[in-house]
Design a protein around this ligand. Structure first.
Ligand code: ARG
Length: 451
């Protein structure tokens, strides 16, 4: 029997398990059943196969689906195993299911079908995270904190302004995922191996049954294209990178006592009983490394692949699935940590007053009085240098005054009155003064909310 001989020749032999994707294909098991169903319904509607055969196949598919992926017979992949399972149930006519298609268009359709749902889950997680951040930001719209550049105290801002900055970044991450989604959501089904089919199929119909918005039309492109994996994983990597910055901040801020994570988001040491470690945030930070590596793996696999289908592709999509799973979880955990963390208002405000972080505000004030900004900067820099850790307002004022004598040849009061300078030295006043568009002043934050 030629058929049996052929099956043996292509059984894989010692490379069988190396070739098989059956275990990893659990991810697309339900997708494959859905794709099989849509294809069989279309074949029946177009009279490519007969109604009774279609009905028998659909019934078998329901049974295979109920038994689940674990119950599948051995096979090179989920597509072959489901077909075998259908044939086991309804006999040889089950083989009609594979009319006018190939595993090449089948697998591409399954990946898109499944990834679509995963991308939407990730989008949902980003929206929930933005809501959580916005809620805490609103509660802390006037909680003054030090802002940093180079991790050095730079200028006072508010916890609300700080958290809203991540809200804005997450909004772009959401957009990128949705943008990728639009191109994931196209049907390659009906491309067959790559060269189409002589059967009278209806590609629009299977696309519609599977909820796709249109086709990946060119049949060679349809089976080859994996750029939808690249852009989805890139969007995921960007989101992971955003989250990693937030996570790093929370590690640093909890180290400095500005914020305390809820116990549910911290861990302890097995030996040091006093420890409360920000482990969840470190793990969130770590997922950005995995996502970047996954994107790199994908691009490396796809680079230079010839048209049309090559088995390398089997190793591509798991990277996208892994990355999207990790980011969904990381997004939810980061949001939960922010939602439940306690910000320490008094240590934040004390920190905002140290390190002469209102220096820029004083320089701005001098510049507003007509002194060129560079000269104003130099004056305040001179004062900062002479202050050397001394913090109180009158010492600061005296230092500024002495500096003004040096750079301007005049006392400070010639340009700005003392009260105004002292107000600028106050972190709260400093924040309130910075009401430019997008700035931390409450009026600017309220205006941004209204948009
Ligand atoms: N398991 C394969 C994959 O994931 C399915 C397609 C196999 N097609 C083929 N011509 N060998 O890519």
């Amino acid at each position: 029997d030629g058929d049996v001989v052929r099956r043996e020749r292509f059984s894989g032999g010692p490379a069988r398990s190396f070739m098989s994707s059956l275990a990893a294909d659990e991810r697309i098991f339900a997708a494959d059943v859905a794709v099989d169903r849509a294809h069989v319904v279309m074949l029946d509607e177009r009279d490519v196969i007969d109604r009774t055969d279609a009905a028998a196949i659909l019934e078998a598919l329901a049974d295979v689906e109920a038994a689940g992926h674990v119950a599948l017979p051995d096979g090179e992949d989920v597509h072959a195993a489901i077909e075998t399972a259908v044939i086991e149930r309804v006999g040889e006519r089950g083989g009609r299911m594979h009319t006018a298609r190939s595993r090449n268009d089948e697998v591409a359709t399954c990946i898109r079908y499944r990834l679509r749902a995963d991308v939407l889950d990730a989008v949902e997680a980003t929206i929930e995270a933005r809501e959580a951040l916005a809620e805490v930001a609103e509660r802390h719209a006037e909680t003054v904190m030090p802002g940093f550049t180079h991790l050095q105290p730079a200028q006072p801002t508010t916890v609300g302004h700080y958290l809203a900055s991540y809200g804005s970044a997450l909004a772009r991450d959401t957009e990128r995922l949705l943008d990728a989604y639009g191109r994931v959501n196209r049907s390659p089904l009906g491309a067959a191996a790559f060269a189409g089919t002589p059967f009278d199929i209806d590609r629009e119909r299977t696309a519609e049954l599977l909820g796709f918005e249109g086709l990946v039309e060119n049949s060679m492109d349809a089976v080859s294209a994996r750029d939808f994996l690249v852009e989805t994983t890139a969007a995921v990597a960007a989101l992971s990178t955003t989250l990693s910055g937030l996570a790093e901040d929370l590690v640093v801020f909890s180290n400095r006592g500005y914020v305390e994570l809820d116990d549910a988001y911290a861990s302890t040491s097995s030996i040091m009983p006093q420890k409360k470690n920000p482990d969840t945030m470190e793990l969130v930070r770590g997922t950005a490394g995995d996502a970047a590596a996954g994107l790199n793996a994908l691009l490396s696999i796809l680079k230079g692949l010839p048209r049309a289908y090559n088995r390398d592709l089997q190793r591509a999509h798991p990277h996208a699935f892994e990355a999207v799973d990790a980011v969904r979880e990381a997004t939810t955990v980061a949001a939960g940590a922010v939602a439940t963390a306690e910000w320490d208002d008094s240590s934040l405000s004390a920190a905002a007053s140290t390190g002469f972080s209102t220096a820029t505000g004083v320089a701005d004030l001098l510049a507003m009085s007509g002194i060129p900004f560079r000269t104003a900067h130099e004056t305040v820099a001179l004062a900062a240098e002479s202050l050397e850790g001394e913090r109180d307002a009158s010492a600061t004022y005296a230092a500024l005054d002495a500096a003004a004598e040096e750079t301007l040849g005049e006392p400070l009061e010639t340009h700005v009155d003392r009260e105004t300078v002292e107000a600028a030295l106050d972190p709260e006043e400093s924040v309130a003064s910075r009401n430019s568009v997008g700035g931390p002043a409450l009026s600017a934050v309220d205006a941004a909310d209204a948009h």
